[in-house]
Unconditional design. Structure first.
Length: 139
Protein backbone atom coordinates (compact mmCIF):
# COMPACT_ATOMS: atom_id res chain seq x y z
CA UNK A 1 0.00 0.00 0.00
CA UNK A 2 2.87 2.39 0.73
CA UNK A 3 4.08 2.07 -2.87
CA UNK A 4 0.76 3.31 -4.21
CA UNK A 5 0.85 6.32 -1.91
CA UNK A 6 4.45 7.04 -2.93
CA UNK A 7 3.62 6.66 -6.64
CA UNK A 8 0.68 9.03 -6.21
CA UNK A 9 2.83 11.54 -4.35
CA UNK A 10 5.52 11.36 -7.03
CA UNK A 11 2.94 11.82 -9.78
CA UNK A 12 1.42 14.85 -8.04
CA UNK A 13 4.88 16.29 -7.41
CA UNK A 14 5.85 15.86 -11.07
CA UNK A 15 2.62 17.43 -12.21
CA UNK A 16 3.10 20.40 -9.91
CA UNK A 17 6.76 20.76 -10.88
CA UNK A 18 5.82 20.62 -14.56
CA UNK A 19 3.31 23.37 -14.05
CA UNK A 20 5.95 25.60 -12.47
CA UNK A 21 5.74 27.55 -9.32
CA UNK A 22 4.51 31.10 -8.90
CA UNK A 23 7.33 33.59 -8.43
CA UNK A 24 6.93 36.44 -6.01
CA UNK A 25 6.83 39.08 -8.75
CA UNK A 26 4.34 37.24 -10.95
CA UNK A 27 0.63 37.85 -11.04
CA UNK A 28 -1.55 34.93 -10.02
CA UNK A 29 -2.70 32.73 -12.90
CA UNK A 30 -6.14 33.42 -14.31
CA UNK A 31 -8.98 31.43 -12.83
CA UNK A 32 -9.79 28.38 -14.93
CA UNK A 33 -13.03 28.46 -16.84
CA UNK A 34 -14.61 25.71 -18.91
CA UNK A 35 -13.05 27.35 -21.98
CA UNK A 36 -9.51 27.39 -20.50
CA UNK A 37 -9.48 24.19 -18.46
CA UNK A 38 -7.08 21.66 -20.03
CA UNK A 39 -8.80 18.60 -21.40
CA UNK A 40 -7.81 15.40 -23.09
CA UNK A 41 -6.78 15.84 -26.72
CA UNK A 42 -9.68 16.62 -28.98
CA UNK A 43 -11.11 13.66 -30.83
CA UNK A 44 -10.04 15.00 -34.20
CA UNK A 45 -9.19 11.57 -35.53
CA UNK A 46 -5.59 12.58 -36.23
CA UNK A 47 -3.37 10.40 -34.02
CA UNK A 48 -0.22 12.37 -34.88
CA UNK A 49 -1.81 15.67 -33.79
CA UNK A 50 -3.05 14.03 -30.58
CA UNK A 51 0.41 12.58 -29.90
CA UNK A 52 2.09 15.96 -30.42
CA UNK A 53 -0.30 17.60 -27.96
CA UNK A 54 0.16 14.81 -25.40
CA UNK A 55 3.94 15.02 -25.77
CA UNK A 56 3.89 18.79 -25.18
CA UNK A 57 1.58 18.47 -22.19
CA UNK A 58 2.90 15.35 -20.48
CA UNK A 59 6.43 14.59 -21.69
CA UNK A 60 8.15 17.93 -22.24
CA UNK A 61 7.98 18.97 -18.56
CA UNK A 62 10.47 16.21 -17.70
CA UNK A 63 12.10 15.06 -20.94
CA UNK A 64 12.39 18.52 -22.50
CA UNK A 65 11.29 19.82 -25.88
CA UNK A 66 14.53 18.62 -27.49
CA UNK A 67 14.56 15.20 -25.80
CA UNK A 68 17.59 15.99 -23.65
CA UNK A 69 15.94 15.10 -20.32
CA UNK A 70 16.12 18.75 -19.35
CA UNK A 71 12.50 19.80 -18.98
CA UNK A 72 11.58 22.28 -16.25
CA UNK A 73 10.57 19.50 -13.84
CA UNK A 74 13.77 17.49 -14.38
CA UNK A 75 15.82 19.47 -11.86
CA UNK A 76 13.89 17.98 -8.95
CA UNK A 77 13.95 14.39 -10.20
CA UNK A 78 16.26 11.58 -9.18
CA UNK A 79 16.92 9.66 -11.30
CA UNK A 80 16.95 12.21 -14.08
CA UNK A 81 14.56 11.69 -17.01
CA UNK A 82 15.69 9.67 -20.00
CA UNK A 83 17.52 11.57 -22.73
CA UNK A 84 15.64 10.55 -25.84
CA UNK A 85 18.45 12.03 -27.94
CA UNK A 86 20.90 9.41 -26.58
CA UNK A 87 21.72 7.34 -29.67
CA UNK A 88 23.08 4.43 -27.59
CA UNK A 89 19.83 4.19 -25.66
CA UNK A 90 17.81 4.47 -28.86
CA UNK A 91 19.76 1.54 -30.34
CA UNK A 92 19.35 -0.54 -27.17
CA UNK A 93 15.52 -0.52 -27.03
CA UNK A 94 12.86 -1.74 -29.39
CA UNK A 95 9.62 0.02 -30.28
CA UNK A 96 7.51 -2.28 -28.10
CA UNK A 97 9.58 -1.29 -25.05
CA UNK A 98 9.02 2.42 -25.70
CA UNK A 99 5.30 1.87 -26.23
CA UNK A 100 5.08 -0.14 -22.99
CA UNK A 101 6.70 2.69 -21.01
CA UNK A 102 4.37 5.24 -22.61
CA UNK A 103 1.27 3.23 -21.72
CA UNK A 104 2.25 1.66 -18.38
CA UNK A 105 4.97 3.94 -16.96
CA UNK A 106 8.52 3.37 -15.76
CA UNK A 107 7.69 0.86 -13.04
CA UNK A 108 6.26 -1.51 -15.68
CA UNK A 109 9.75 -2.00 -17.13
CA UNK A 110 11.77 -1.84 -13.92
CA UNK A 111 12.53 1.88 -14.22
CA UNK A 112 11.62 4.81 -12.01
CA UNK A 113 8.00 4.97 -10.88
CA UNK A 114 8.35 8.74 -11.27
CA UNK A 115 7.61 8.12 -14.96
CA UNK A 116 3.82 7.94 -14.69
CA UNK A 117 1.59 5.66 -16.67
CA UNK A 118 -0.99 6.93 -19.14
CA UNK A 119 -4.05 4.75 -18.60
CA UNK A 120 -6.20 7.05 -20.71
CA UNK A 121 -4.18 6.24 -23.84
CA UNK A 122 -6.07 3.41 -25.48
CA UNK A 123 -5.62 4.26 -29.16
CA UNK A 124 -2.70 2.21 -30.53
CA UNK A 125 -2.19 4.79 -33.30
CA UNK A 126 -1.63 7.58 -30.73
CA UNK A 127 0.74 5.41 -28.72
CA UNK A 128 2.65 4.56 -31.90
CA UNK A 129 2.80 8.25 -32.85
CA UNK A 130 4.20 9.07 -29.38
CA UNK A 131 6.81 6.34 -29.87
CA UNK A 132 7.68 7.93 -33.23
CA UNK A 133 8.20 11.29 -31.50
CA UNK A 134 10.56 9.64 -28.99
CA UNK A 135 12.39 7.91 -31.86
CA UNK A 136 12.72 11.19 -33.79
CA UNK A 137 15.16 12.52 -31.18
CA UNK A 138 17.62 9.74 -31.93
CA UNK A 139 18.08 10.64 -35.59
Amino acid sequence: MKFHHRAFAVTVTLWLAGCGGKKADEAPPPTATPETTPTAPANSGDPVAKAKQIFRDRCVPCHGASGQGDGPASASLNPKPRKYADKEWQASVNDEYIEKIIKFGGAAVGKSPAMPNNPDLSDPAVISALKDIVRSFGK
